[in-house]
Design a protein around this ligand. Sequence first.
Ligand SMILES: Nc1ncnc2c1ncn2[C@@H]1O[C@H](COP(=O)(O)OP(=O)(O)O)[C@@H](O)[C@H]1O
Ligand SMILES: [Mg+2]
Length: 181
Amino acid sequence: MFIAFEGIDGSGKTTQSKLLAKKLNYFWTYEPTDGIVGNLIRQILKGKYKVDSKTLTLLFAADRFEHNKIIRKNLKRGVVCDRYIFSSLAYQGLDVDEEYILNINKGIIMPDITILLVVDIDIALKRLKSSDIFEKRDFLEKIQKKYLELSKRYNFIVIDTTDKDVYETHKEILKKVKACL
Ligand SMILES: Nc1ncnc2c1ncn2[C@@H]1O[C@H](COP(=O)(O)OP(=O)(O)O)[C@@H](O)[C@H]1O
Ligand SMILES: [Mg+2]
């Protein structure tokens, strides 16, 4: 079983994916990874280097192919991943063709379940502590819209975390996931 969490920054992905992995005793992992490509991506996102959006899209795909070796090793136990392919479609999809993104990601393991966490943008901003180039208000709004559009075409479990505390959200996620196991 492979479960991926998606959503804008501050939606609760890291908190909720860790809680779910702990509860199910699944392997927890995240993207971008801590591998060589993942670390390069983090530096780009922090603004250290400026690259073309297609370059960044390719780097995310490369990081994912490396990540797939780790995911594959843990599939039997179960894997929960904080961000995956739909992050590429939501973020890079703003200025790169969806078809191109799907093409360069062809062959990756697809999640069995994708959970999209949605949240009121102002609440998300309040929850956020750090700031990088992906955390501006209009930008968060645009990305969340894109995620919701993707949720209509792909079969996501959508959960609104706006008025829920961490535990309530966890309970709702667990209920919905258990119905799919
Ligand atoms: N319902 C909720 N679910 C998850 N996190 C929440 C919730 N309500 C408040 N938070 C807080 O929001 C902050 C951001 O959560 P985080 O998991 O880091 O989000 P993301 O990984 O999506 O950026 C954390 O400090 C977390 O405790
Ligand atoms: Mg996070």
